[in-house]
Design a protein around this ligand. Structure first.
Ligand code: ADP
Ligand code: MG
Length: 569
């Protein structure tokens, strides 16, 4: 884990070395100053030599300035190092999350991803800066200060050395307690974030059920759990810090008393006593640093652990070796004994066999939950089949690259997602390098032109949170315009018009019919009237594919479809 953490320093080696060397020089100067004071009192003062004192003072001043400058560098460049590492990790995490398969998002709450990308990375950044540097400097100062203290007075140094194991034990003990406390706190803040994400994105549902109080109550519970967790983290930390503070003051007191006794017995000069007390303080600095690390290390490492857990989640659907980049598929789709389930214990599709001709328009109907959407999600490999195979133009889709396969398939769903940005950007999402002319043509084909022309800012109108609110039908037309730009040989319309009123549906249906021309089109439809002209209708139920045929054939057969048809009439 630690080695992995350090691997993130590699791209910033030079910054690290610069920061580290400055920190080492600062530590050496810190170690030298008390010696200078001791020498000043014992050797320089008795000489009464003012010019010498002035020279020494100027030298000290220069050294202080140097030390100040170096400390500035350590602060600034050191934090820069931490921020760089944090940014790298955030970049890596975002890239990784983008690559994940659908099942990952089925099982992961957005709020938890948000906590990883913000809170956790803040702590990791802090640790990245302070961790190795402070630890090294602390050890160096510690050993250096002891070494000098032993040269000044062995008895006094021994007394302090005896106290050190207690101090180390205290720090170690607190460290373990803190680790657990921080871990709990992070779990709780993840829950709080997930709850906020849920209630805010579902706020329309919340308010339509007037369940605000219920949401507030649930949030209060999570928020209070977080409060308890955070308070107890700080309680543990405060205990630890107070214990350490008390211990260090006791040590100073013992040094003073013992030093006074040694001085009465002419075993210690005044300068040595002052020097010694200063060294005890120099010694406490690394202990302070270590107690700060005590807070930083478990927090940062707990965050890093969660970070690596996420980074190590391999995307489920990946390209095989030797995967082929497909282009211009005709659109012959075959399901060969396809079996699939989202969970191991439950099969949604069992032994499905299906042939769709290139250019055919196929409609799927049947009760909700039967698996129509699932069938369609398997074609772009949002999920991989558990058994059997799906081929397009005779080639197993697992032998194609994911990207080239998905380039060949367009999906329009009931919910259209619009990104923050302009109308132009939202339409061009179908083809990132589309020209203005192409975008306008697509809008025209999607029957969007009149609407866009009526807007004062036209294509540059902002949509979404900060701008224009669009109706379901308008959003749907943007989705259709995206498809005209993408121009894929295979088209999937998953209840694309189900949420619209009949009048709007008619307009959109026109656009959709145009879109479907010359493509293999799979339509999942709710209202049977919309699929009358399909080349073939497939009835899907819990039992699988129950019947198929043209509209007339199925009506004549007088089976499930005919029954559904009578109900809707
Ligand atoms: P349809 O589109 O015919 O209404 P779906 O294909 O959406 O049906 O769903 C088929 C079955 O799979 C249902 O039982 C549904 O609960 C289940 N299901 C759908 N999506 C998921 C998912 N992401 N994770 C787990 N189960 C799912
Ligand atoms: Mg569905």
């Amino acid at each position: 884990m630690i080695r992995r953490f350090y691997s993130y320093y590699l791209p910033h080696k030079r910054l690290f070395i610069l920061d580290f060397s400055c920190a080492v020089v600062v530590a050496i100067l810190e170690l030298a100053f008390p010696l200078a004071v001791q020498w000043f009192i014992d050797d320089l003062l008795p000489t009464n030599n003012w010019s010498m004192i002035a020279t020494v003072s100027v030298a000290l001043l220069l050294l202080y300035i140097l030390s100040t400058f170096l400390q500035y560098i350590v602060n600034y460049w050191g934090h820069k190092l931490g921020i760089n590492i944090e940014t790298d990790m955030r970049q890596q995490l975002f890239k990784h999350v983008q690559k994940q398969s659908f099942r990952f998002f089925d099982n992961t709450k957005t709020g938890h991803i948000m906590s990883r990308i913000t809170n956790d990375l803040f702590d990791i950044g802090e640790l990245a800066h302070h961790g190795p540097e402070d630890l090294f400097i602390a050890c160096m100062t510690f050993i250096g200060a002891f070494w000098i203290m032993f040269t000044i007075n062995v008895k006094l140094a021994l007394v302090i050395l005896l106290a050190v194991p207690f101090l180390v034990w205290l720090i170690y003990f607190c460290n373990i307690r803190m680790n657990n406390a921080w871990k709990r706190m992070y779990r709780e803040i993840g829950d709080v974030n997930a709850r906020v994400e849920d209630s805010v994105s579902g706020v329309r549902v919340v308010q339509s059920f007037t369940n605000e109080d219920y949401e507030i109550a649930r949030f209060t519970k999570d928020n209070q759990n977080f409060r308890h967790a955070k308070i107890s983290s700080y309680k543990v930390m405060s205990y630890g810090l107070s214990g350490i503070y008390m211990m260090t003051r006791l040590i100073v007191l013992v040094v003073l008393v013992l030093g006074a006794w040694l001085s009465f017995n002419n075993q210690l000069s005044y300068g040595e006593l002052v020097g010694f007390v200063l060294y005890v303080n120099v010694l406490f600095k690394p202990i302070d640093k270590i107690s700060a690390l005590m807070e930083m290390y478990p927090k940062g490492m707990a965050g890093f652990k969660r970070f690596t857990e996420l980074i190590d989640t391999e995307p489920e659907v990946v390209d095989q070796e030797n995967a082929i980049k497909v282009k211009n598929l005709r659109g012959d789709i075959d399901f060969h004994h396809v079996t699939f389930g989202y969970e191991n214990h439950q099969t949604v599709l069992k032994d499905i066999n299906l042939h769709i001709d290139a250019g055919e328009t196929i409609a799927f109907v049947g009760p909700s939950g039967a698996g129509k959407t699932t069938i369609c999600s398997l074609i772009p490999r949002f999920y991989d089949v558990n058994d059997g195979a799906i081929t397009i133009d005779g080639l197993d889709i697992r032998d194609m690259t994911k990207q080239s396969l998905r380039h060949q398939i367009g999906i329009v769903q009931q919910d259209v997602f619009l990104f923050t940005g302009t109308l132009r950007e939202n339409i061009a999402y179908g083809k990132r390098d589309a020209t203005d002319q192409e975008i306008q043509d697509a809008a025209k084909k999607a029957h969007l032109e009149a609407f866009i022309d009526s807007l004062p800012k036209g294509y540059e109108t902002e949509v979404g949170e900060r701008g224009l609110k669009l109706s379901g039908g308008q959003k749907q037309r943007i989705a259709i315009a995206r498809m005209f730009l993408k121009n894929p040989p295979i088209l999937i319309l998953d209840e694309a018009t189900s949420a619209l009123d009949t009048e709007t549906e008619l307009v959109i249906q026109q656009a959709l019919n145009e879109l479907a021309r010359n493509r293999t089109t799979l339509i999942i439809a709710h209202r049977l009237a919309t699929i009358k002209n399909a080349d073939r209708i497939i009835v899907v139920t819990d039992q699988g594919i129950e019947e198929q045929g043209t509209h007339e054939e199925l009506i004549q057969k007088d089976g499930t479809f005919a029954k559904l048809h009578r109900v809707q009439q």
